[in-house]
Ligand binder design. Structure first.
Ligand code: F6R
Ligand code: MN
Length: 178
């Protein structure tokens, strides 16, 4: 992992893109979503996958493009880990972002992401990143090889709050519960 730009070097590097069409259903304003180009790449993920074994750690990066659907910032799908005891680190390389976290009682909050910020994501928290700036948001992640990704709760019910642009400032809007 090159810590200056988040790039990965070496063997066993995989890459995947997420297009707007693949995540259009996540956004609040579905009329605005229909007006977007489904082929737009919203984010790209790269990861190193060495032979998995108990205790192995994976490294990867995510590059999330700037953009909005009406007032809602471009964001990743978001997920829980299948194994709820598998935590993760996100480190911000460049750009301005927000890390949305939601516990299993569906309480949502966020941490601001700026170049150099390191975020600990406890194993039982759903996590999603939003780009609140004007340039690509690049982060590096480190997680357990056997964490697994559980997208179902977020696909079905989303997060309990959304990050929207209000008077030019990111605001968490929704039924965030105490
Ligand atoms: C791995 C991890 C990240 C995300 C990536 C894309 O556990 O959290 O590598 O997978 O930022 O987000 P999702 O997976 O939610 O589409
Ligand atoms: Mn994760």
């Amino acid at each position: 992992v090159n810590w200056h730009d988040g790039s990965l070097q070496g063997e066993h590097i995989s890459q995947s893109h997420k297009t707007f069409g693949q995540i259009a259903g996540l956004f609040q304003d579905q009329d605005a979503a229909r007006r977007m180009d489904a082929n737009t790449i919203v984010y790209t993920v790269q990861w190193v996958s060495p032979a998995a074994h108990e205790g192995a750690l994976l490294w990867g990066n995510t590059t999330l493009e700037p953009g909005r659907v009406a007032d809602e910032y471009f964001m990743t799908h978001g997920h829980f880990h299948q194994r709820r005891d598998r935590s993760e680190f996100y480190a911000t390389i460049s750009g301005e972002g927000a890390l949305l976290l939601m516990d299993e009682a569906r309480k949502t909050w966020f941490e601001p992401m700026t170049a150099g910020s390191l975020h600990y994501i406890a194993g039982n928290l759903a996590h999603r990143v939003a780009n609140v700036g004007n340039i690509p948001l690049r982060l590096v992640a480190c997680w357990h090889a056997d964490a697994g990704h559980d997208y179902s709760e977020i696909a079905k019910n989303g997060f309990s709050a959304r990050l929207l642009c209000r008077d030019g400032i990111p605001a968490l809007v929704g039924e965030a519960r105490e």
